[in-house]
Design a binder for this molecule. Structure first.
Ligand code: PMV
Length: 340
C-alpha cells in the first residue's frame, strides 16, 4: 500500500489545469539512490524565482495510456515517452494508465542552456497531476506533500521545488521534501548563473546516480553529505554565511569528484568552470565579500550571495566572470509554485 491509499483507485474523468513551478539549486547534493527513487543521503536546496516551467495538462479517460507533449509548441515524443513510462511506473495507481494526456509546457529559460529543466518541468507536471487527484478523491491529504511525493518519483530533485524558500529532502522523510526555515539574513539570496557551456550532458544524472551504487568512495561520500547537511542547516539557521559558503563549495566539488572517480570516470567541468572558481576564491580573499559558487551536474556555476551586498559583487561578476560564459542568468530565492 502506498502513502496515499485514498488515491489508489479512482475513476478517470476529463480535467484540465495549469501550474507554474520553479527550478531549485541544491546546497547539499542528492547524488546516489536507494530503493525506489529514494535518496542515499539528505539534501537541501533553495527554490529559484526566474527559472520556471509553466505546464498545462489535459486529462481524458481512455482505454489505454496515451501521452502527447509539446515543449514551446513543438511536439516532443522523447519527453512524452518519459512521462508515459513515469505514469506506468506508478503501479500503486494503476487507474492512471486509463488516460489520454496532453501536456503543453514552456520554460522561462531556453531548453538546452544547461539549466536543469527536469526539476521545474516535472514538479509542474506533478502539481497538475495532484490537483487532478484531489479533484477526484473524496478523501485528501496535504496537497504539497502529495505533489512532492509524485514529483520525486519523476525526478528526485523535483520534489524540492514544490515549496518556496529552502527545502530539505531525506531528513524528515525520504518520500517527499519538507520546507526549511532559515535565519532572516539568509532569506534574500541571489543566484547568478554563469552558463559556461550549453551542450547536452555526455552522461545523464540517472546514469550518474547509478554509478554511485558501485562507487569505491560511496560510503565516505554519503557520510560526508550527512555531516555537511548538519553543518549547512546550522549555518542557514544561524545566519553564518562563511560556513554556508564553505560547505556549499565543498559539496559542489565533491559531486564532481564522484563523477571523476566513478567506476567509469567522466568529467563535466570545462576549463572556464575552473577559471571562474579560482577567480571567485581570489575575489573573496581580497574583498572579504561573501560570494560563493555551487554546481549542478554540469559545467555551469551558480553564484550565491546576499542581496544587500550585491552591488560590488555584481560589478565583479559582470566585468570579470561574464566573459568566461556564454550567457548570464539572474535569479534569486523564490516563493515556490503557483497555480495559473
Ligand atoms: O533529480 P535528478 O535525478 O536529476 O538528480 C539531480 C542531482 C543534482 O542536481 C546533481 C543534485 C541535486 O540535489 O539537485
Amino acid at each position: 500500500m502506498s502513502l496515499f491509499p485514498y488515491l489508489e483507485n479512482l475513476t478517470p474523468k476529463s480535467f484540465e489545469t495549469t501550474w507554474n513551478s520553479p527550478s531549485n539549486i541544491a546546497f547539499i547534493k542528492y547524488w546516489g539512490k536507494k530503493g525506489h527513487q529514494l535518496p542515499a543521503n539528505p539534501s537541501l536546496s533553495m527554490t529559484l524565482k526566474e527559472c520556471t516551467s509553466t505546464t498545462k495538462v489535459f486529462f481524458a479517460p481512455s482505454d489505454s495510456l496515451e501521452v502527447e507533449l509539446f515543449l514551446e509548441g513543438i511536439r516532443e515524443d522523447k519527453f512524452a515517452l518519459k512521462i508515459k513510462n513515469y505514469l506506468l511506473s506508478l503501479t500503486d495507481f494503476p487507474w492512471l494508465s486509463r488516460h489520454s494526456i496532453r501536456i503543453e509546457t514552456h520554460n522561462t529559460f531556453p531548453h538546452g542552456t544547461g539549466i536543469a529543466s527536469s526539476a521545474s518541468g516535472l514538479s509542474a507536471f506533478a502539481l497538475c497531476l495532484t490537483e487532478y487527484l484531489f479533484h477526484l478523491a473524496p478523501e485528501k491529504g496535504d496537497f504539497f506533500q502529495t505533489a512532492s511525493f509524485f514529483s520525486r518519483l519523476a525526478s528526485g530533485s523535483a520534489c524540492r521545488s514544490v515549496y518556496g524558500g529552502f527545502t530539505t529532502w531525506g531528513k524528515e522523510s525520504d518520500e517527499y521534501a519538507t520546507p526549511f526555515e532559515v535565519h532572516g539574513d539568509m532569506k534574500e539570496l541571489k543566484d547568478t548563473i554563469l552558463v559556461i557551456d550549453e551542450s547536452e550532458k555526455k552522461v545523464s544524472s540517472t546514469t550518474g546516480h547509478g554509478r554511485m551504487a558501485e562507487h569505491f568512495f560511496a560510503k565516505a561520500r554519503f557520510d560526508q553529505a550527512r555531516n555537511h547537511f548538519g553543518l549547512m542547516t546550522s549555518a542557514l539557521q544561524g545566519g553564518d554565511f562563511e560556513l554556508m559558503g564553505e560547505i556549499m563549495e565543498s559539496e559542489a566539488l565533491s559531486l564532481h569528484a564522484m563523477m571523476m572517480t566513478s567506476p567509469t570516470p567522466y568529467v563535466l567541468l570545462k576549463p572556464n568552470s575552473l577559471v571562474a572558481m579560482e577567480m571567485i576564491r581570489a575575489f573573496r580573499q581580497e574583498t572579504k565579500l561573501p560570494l560563493y559558487f555551487t554546481l549542478d551536474a554540469g559545467p555551469n556555476l551558480h553564484l550565491i550571495y546576499p542581496q544587500d551586498q550585491s552591488h560590488k559583487i555584481q560589478t565583479f561578476i559582470h566585468h570579470e566572470l561574464s566573459p568566461l560564459s556564454l550567457k548570464v542568468i539572474e535569479d534569486e530565492r523564490g516563493e515556490g509554485p503557483r497555480k495559473c
